[in-house]
Design a protein around this ligand. Structure first.
Ligand code: DX5
Ligand code: ZN
Length: 214
């Protein structure tokens, strides 16, 4: 199991201390939750903070765009060479073109599905993407509770792409009590916010979560 650390659950004024202290063996990606205050209620940060975070670590970035019309915003992140750039299925009518442009820049493409959005909605875009990000909370805030039925949805997505080189990432409410079941359901990357940063040390928490996932 790979761990993607959601820095939304930290204090932005402490990033200069927290990010360099993260052990790359415990955390595989730094998950950047870009929120526009329009698609989701909160404004978090954009490309300027993402750029500063990149300078603080060698851990690759995992950019999660929670913005309306991601086609107007994604370009600003491409020169940071994120491992993944993920947009929401619900936010654009131009997923194929957007995916093509992200891939051309060298980053992998993720598409995220809110809890209400069916897995089958991705059927025709599978050849263009590298990851499905299953939201297991309604997006907008860290520290929410993993939704009922989340494991079934992960399994459905994993079954759909079992013959394809597509990662399954899970985001929302992942913690020590559910990460083994999430792994069993077929996910190979977990975003973790509160479960890493709200209690104890993020690196020990990351190593522990990996161990629990098996
Ligand atoms: C929610 C964000 C998540 C969130 C995860 O809208 O996309 O990445 O910060 O935090 P936890 O793990 O606390 O649910
Ligand atoms: Zn996220």
């Amino acid at each position: 199991m790979k761990i993607s650390a959601s820095i939304l659950a930290t204090s932005i004024t402490q990033l200069g201390r927290i990010i360099p202290s993260i052990n790359p063996e415990a955390v595989d990606y730094i998950h950047m939750d870009v929120m526009d205050g329009n698609y989701v209620p909160q404004i978090s940060f954009g490309e300027a903070i993402t750029r500063e975070v990149k300078e603080l670590t060698t851990i690759p970035l995992d950019v999660h765009l929670m913005v309306k019309k991601p086609e107007d915003h994604f370009q600003k992140y491409l020169d940071l060479k994120p491992a993944y750039v993920t947009f929401h299925q619900e936010t654009t009518d131009f997923g194929v073109r957007l995916s093509d442009e992200i891939r051309k820049s060298g980053s992998k493409v993720g598409i995220s599905l809110n809890p209400m959005t069916p897995v089958t909605s991705l059927k025709y875009i599978l050849p263009y993407i590298d990851m499905i990000l299953i939201m297991t909370v309604d997006p907008g805030f860290y520290g929410q509770k993993f939704i009922l039925g989340g494991l079934d949805k992960i399994k459905e997505a994993a079954d759909m792409v079992s013959h394809l080189p597509i990662d399954i990432e899970v985001d929302g409410g992942v913690n020590a009590s559910n990460i083994a079941d999430i792994r069993k359901a077929g996910a190979n990357i977990c975003v973790v916010g509160a479960g890493l940063f709200k209690e104890g040390d993020p690196s020990s928490n990351g190593l522990n979560l990996k161990k629990l996932a098996g």
